[in-house]
Design a protein around this ligand. Sequence first.
Ligand code: PMP
Length: 432
Amino acid sequence: PYTGDSYEVALKKRRAYVHPSVELYYDKPLMIVEGKKQYLFDEKGRRYLDAIAGISVINCGHCHPKIVKATTDQLNTLQHTTTLYLNNMYTNYAEKLLKTLPKKLDTVYFVNSGSEATTLAMNMCRTYTNNWDMISLRGGYHGMGASMGLTANSHYKQPLPQGFGIKHVRSPNPYRGPYLEDDPNMVDKYVNEIHDLIQCGTCGEVAGFIAEPIQGVAGGIPLPKGYLKKAFEVVRKAGGICIADEVQDGFGRTGTMWGFQKDEDGLEPDIITMAKGIGNGFPLGAVVTTKEIANSFTKRFHFNTFGGNPVAMAVGNAVLDVIEEENLIENARVLGKYLKGKLTKLMDKHDVIGNVRGKGLMIGVELVKDRKTKEPGCQITLDILENMKELGVLTLIAGVYSNVLRIKPPLCITKEDADFIVDVFDEAIQML
Ligand code: PMP
C-alpha cells in the first residue's frame, strides 16, 4: 500500500510550491500514485481505467516489465555521458527506429520532448530552403517555447510575440468547417486555402508545412483522405518541406505505425517529429529526415545535452520491441474500430453526441447542445468527464471549443476494457 504524503498534504504542497500554470484537473483533483498496464491507482488504492494514457504516451501500458528492466539495466551500466563520444545504444536504436520508416528518411536527431522536435524541424526547413515562412493548421498543437507559434489554439498561446513568419490555414475539419463531409470537393477547397495563403501571404515561396495526420489537441480529427497528399504537393511546389508531426499519432496509436500511413497512399513526409509514445513515459523525442535536409543544418554546431542519452536509447529500443512482440498496432486497429463502432452506436441513444471520429485508439467524441446547430456542449463535456472519473474511467477534454472527449487508452487494452469505457460513457451521460 501507498505510504507517501496524504492527499491533503500533497495538495497543500502543490498549491504552495508549484507554478500555477501547471493546472490541476477535476473538481476534486485526482492523486495518482501507481500505474500498471492500462490501470492507474490513487492514494487509497482505487483503480481507474486510464483512457488517456498520459495523453497518447503510455502506448505499451504503465510500468511495462520489459521497459522497466531495460531502463534499470542501462541505469546500472551507463547513465549519461555526451553524444560527443560513440555509443552503441545510440547508433543501434537509430538504426532500428529508421527501419520503421520510408527509406528516404534515413537520419535521426534525438531530443527530449515534442516541442524540441518541432522547433528543430521548423529550423531545418528554414536552413534548407533559405525561406522563412512556415504554415500550420488552425487548431493544431505543436508545442510550447519556440514552437508555440506553430500551435494554433488560443488556450496554449501566451500574450507574447511569437510565430513571426508562421501562418495558419484552416484545418480541414469534415464535421465543423466551412466545407463539410458531404461536399465532394471538400478536400480541394481546403487545399486551395494553402495555395491562396502562399500566393497572398508569403513571397510565393515557403520554408515548410507542419500537420498532425490526426489532430490530437484539436479533438482527434483525422485529416480527410487525400488532404495531406495534395497539401504536400502545393507546399513542395512553393519550395517548402513537409513535416508530419507524429508526436501523438506515432508508435501504433492510430492502428498503423505512423499516422501519415492512415490513407495507405504512399505519402512520404520530408521530416517526422516524434515524442510521447516513443519513450512510453520516458522523456525522449526525435526528428527524422533525409541526409540532404539534415546537411543544411551543419553549418553550425547544434547541441542537445540530454538528447540521445543512453537510458533514453535503451527505453526507445525496448518500446519498439514491445510494440512488435505484443502486436500492439493490430490491437489498436481492431479494438479502435470496435470502440469507435460502439461509441457511434450510442448516438442513437444520446443526442448530445454530435460526432465520433478517429483512427485506432485515437478517438474524439464531440459533444453538442444541439445536433443541428452543433453548438458546443462545453458544460456537458465537463460533467461527463467528472462523471466518468467517478465511475472509474479517466479521459481528457480537447478541441478549440473544449467540447471533445478524447479517448486514447494504452494500446494493450482488452475488449472488456473497451466495453467498460462505452458503458461508463453511456452511464455518465445518463447521470447528466
Ligand atoms: N506535437 C504534438 C502533436 C503534441 O500533441 C504535443 C504535446 N501535446 C507536442 C508536439 C509537444 O510535445 P511536448 O509536450 O513533449 O513538448
